[in-house]
Design a protein around this ligand. Structure first.
Ligand code: BT5
Length: 239
């Protein structure tokens, strides 16, 4: 495992994707600041200043894409919860991979696959975690109630230490997950959920799908019950 450290970059995911052919499996790109951090669907990830975490894992599990790779974001959400729990917090996971503290978003995860025809060049798994933010900046984040670890704990956070812990927790799960699939992390994931047994509205592209969150199946998908019909969602945003 190798960590590439950058002062400033547009996006650690962009940097990792551009250089993917030069990077070995399990290379990590870690930047101190990000000028154009990205979320999903062209949303942006806000850099809240010095001491926050911007990191991308380059993963090369095989030459072909397998369905279970879509669960890698959920593996990282579990790893992040374990790190936050070691700081004394009680994080929760909102399907598929948002990590919340008291309903507030503390981190974002973005996975992108780089393909060459049918060949998988690699997966870039990016994560941003708010570790040292000012409360006035947190409230300026668009469309979300957000938080930061320092604000939750009332003390500055050592970003390097946090990054090391997160890398260790992720790789403690990753190899076994590749062999077994989502089931390997299912209990860890489900016991931290904040959405099961609730009536949900889920945005899936241009549609909003409504139903009772019944379960997470063994592929990490969300099973909704709408009247007597079961709807299985592979992607979406819980509103
Ligand atoms: C995400 O997207 O949550 C994935 C964000 C991934 C960011 C990392 S940083 C390292 C790597 N390099 C990148 O360029 N990206 C990855 P999504 O679920 O689409 O949520 C985006 C929404 O989160 C935004 O529209 C805002 O409402 C909110 N948001 C933006 N910045 C935030 C922040 N710093 N803290 C909390 N919420 C934020």
């Amino acid at each position: 495992m190798k960590v590439i450290r950058l002062e400033k970059v547009d996006s650690t995911n962009n940097y990792a994707k551009l250089n993917i052919e030069n990077f070995a499996d399990k290379t990590i790109v870690h930047a101190l600041s990000q000028t154009s951090g990205r979320g999903r669907l062209n949303r942006s990830w806000v850099d809240l200043g010095e001491g926050n975490l911007f990191m991308s894992f380059v993963l090369k599990p095989s030459d072909v894409y397998k369905e279970e790779y879509s669960n890698i974001t959920q593996v990282l959400s579990v790893a992040l919860c374990k790190v936050l729990e070691n700081y004394g917090l009680f994080p929760e996971i909102k399907w598929p991979n948002d990590v919340l503290i008291d309903g507030k978003k503390i981190a974002g995860i973005l996975s992108e696959s780089v393909m060459s025809g049918s060949l998988l060049k690699g997966i870039v798994l990016g994560i941003g975690v708010n570790l040292n933010a000012k409360s006035e900046d947190i409230t300026s984040i668009p469309n979300k109630i957000a938080t930061s670890l320092n604000l939750e704990l009332g003390t500055d956070i050592n970003m390097e230490h946090f990054a090391d812990e997160l890398i260790a927790q992720f790789f403690a799960l990753y190899d076994e997950f590749l062999k077994i699939g989502f089931e390997y992390i299912a209990d860890d994931y489900i016991e931290r959920n904040c959405f099961l047994n609730k009536e949900l509205n889920v945005q899936v592209f241009d549609n909003v799908i409504t139903g009772l969150a019944k379960s997470i199946n063994d592929r990490g998908e969300l099973v909704l019950l709408n009247e007597d019909k079961e709807l299985v969602l592979t992607i979406g945003d819980i509103l």
